[in-house]
Design a protein around this ligand. Structure first.
Ligand SMILES: CC(C)[C@H](C(=O)O)[C@@H](O)C(=O)O
Ligand code: SF4
Length: 424
């Protein structure tokens, strides 16, 4: 019987020829990833009590991103703890101040098609956009992975999400995933995998694909996969990685559910407070006043996102009534944006460019919101208190919607600001 991509990767990770949804398998991790907040400081005691020997330090990646730069003494202590731990175990892959872990592990070539990636963060699923089976696990579970390199997983059923047609002017992958989550619901794909397919997805850049897989968990999914293709091969080849296996779902694979859309008629979408599936077309919320806009995060802080924002904001000014924070998703993105003059364009327009970090996205550092403040954000979550005060309100949309909103100080339709010929 045919297998889905998720089943194929888990078959490989469990050393079997075939697995099927519902089966419980022991799997070997190709990468075990932790970050500062849910990493060493939480696992160290238990890990050492059980022997304290890493299964393979080449497969362990630690990224300090949530507490960078530290806003409190407690965060500074967490950073120091994490750094000391990485030194104690002589980890070859410890990254600090480089940006959110999910982006950093992609850029450094740890994410490859067919790999099983386990991380102590819910958005680990982002790596599925490169054709890996990637999922978040708890810190306690990570102790077992660090000691043995293994864990058990139930093979998930797969929902196929097909986006045919072509994406219209002013609409982006963020709009596709918001519409998808609206229909599935924020818990509608619990313990299932999403697999994105169709002509609209095939034509997307890797940057755009990663937005879809990043947000799979917002529908409750275990992971979000996209069949890897030449774009992934080129990306890895640029990083000196040649040996890339392009696995695909079999034609006769079984899906638990199939959703089919035509992207051609999609409008920009906005998730309204306080749930990510409370999604409406931008026309329904246009004019809603905001206090802050935030362009960043592992969801939508990549170079293509910054390019879109710069196209919209070039020669214009951010509304005087708001703060506009721009946070590149990594140091590499920051440097590329600098080289292209994007940071100048954004700064001249009145944006504040912060260092790559989880800071404002999760309400940890630089950029938290106060009581009753309203934000338009390019990130992935809008529950109460996510970015600071529990009485704040968060709207989520594409980088283009965020940039257009920055100009008006009110939620705005990006299609009014993008020259027709500019598409990514
Ligand atoms: C801090 C952590 C619990 C968290 C996650 O796991 O997703 C964070 O990265 C987020 O985006 O909310
Ligand atoms: S969603 Fe936000 S807080 Fe979570 S890893 Fe990404 S950037 Fe960091």
């Amino acid at each position: 019987m045919g297998m889905t991509l998720a089943e194929k990767i888990l078959a490989k990770a469990s050393g079997k020829n075939e697995v099927k949804a519902g089966e419980i398998v022991w799997v070997k991790a190709d990468i075990a990833m932790m970050h500062d907040l849910l990493g060493p400081r939480l696992i160290d005691k238990g890990f050492k009590r059980l022997g304290g020997k890493l299964f393979d330090k080449e497969k362990v990646v630690v990224v300090s991103d949530h507490c960078t730069p530290p806003a409190t003494v407690q965060q500074a202590d967490i950073l120091k703890y994490t750094r000391d731990w990485a030194r104690e175990f002589d980890l070859p892959y410890y990254y600090e101040f480089e940006g959110p872990c999910h982006q950093v592990i992609v850029e450094h070539g740890h994410v490859r098609p067919g790999r099983l990636i386990l991380g102590t963060d819910s958005h680990t699923c982002m790596a599925g956009g490169m054709g890996a089976f990637a999922t978040g696990i708890g810190s306690t579970e990570m102790i077992g992975v660090l000691l043995t390199g293994e864990t058990w997983l139930k093979v998930p059923e797969t929902i196929r999400v097909h986006w045919g047609g072509s994406i219209p002017h002013g609409v982006y992958s963020k709009d596709l995933i918001l519409k998808t989550i609206k229909d599935i619901g924020h818990a509608g794909a619990t313990y299932q995998a999403l697999e994105f397919s169709g002509s609209a997805i095939r034509r997307m850049s890797l940057d755009e694909r990663l937005v879809l897989s990043n947000m799979a968990v917002e529908a409750g999914a275990k992971t979000g996969l996209i069949e890897p293709d030449e774009a992934v091969v080129h990306f890895l080849r640029d990083r000196g990685i040649e040996d890339v296996e392009l696995m695909q779902s079999d034609k006769d694979a079984t899906y638990i559910r199939e959703l089919s859309y035509d992207a051609t008629s999609l409008e920009p979408q906005v998730a309204c407070p306080h749930e990510i599936d409370n999604v409406h077309p931008v026309s329904a919320v246009e004019g809603q006043a905001v206090d802050q806009v935030y362009l960043g995060s592992c969801t939508n802080g990549r170079i293509s996102d910054l390019r879109i924002a710069a196209q919209i904001l070039k020669g214009k000014k951010v509304s005087k009534n708001i703060r506009c924070l721009v946070v590149p998703a990594s140091q590499a993105v920051w440097m590329q944006a600098n080289k292209e003059g994007i940071l100048d364009v954004l700064t001249e327009a009145g944006c504040i460019v912060n260092m790559p970090s989880c800071g404002a996205c999760g309400g940890f550092t630089s950029g938290v919101i106060g009581a009753g403040e309203v934000v338009m954000s390019s990130s992935n979550r809008n529950f109460r208190g996510r970015m600071g005060s529990a009485s704040g309100e968060i709207y989520i949309g594409s980088p283009a919607t965020v940039a257009a909103t920055a100009i008006e100080g009110k939620i705005a339709d990006p299609r009014n600001y993008i020259p027709k010929e500019v598409m990514i």
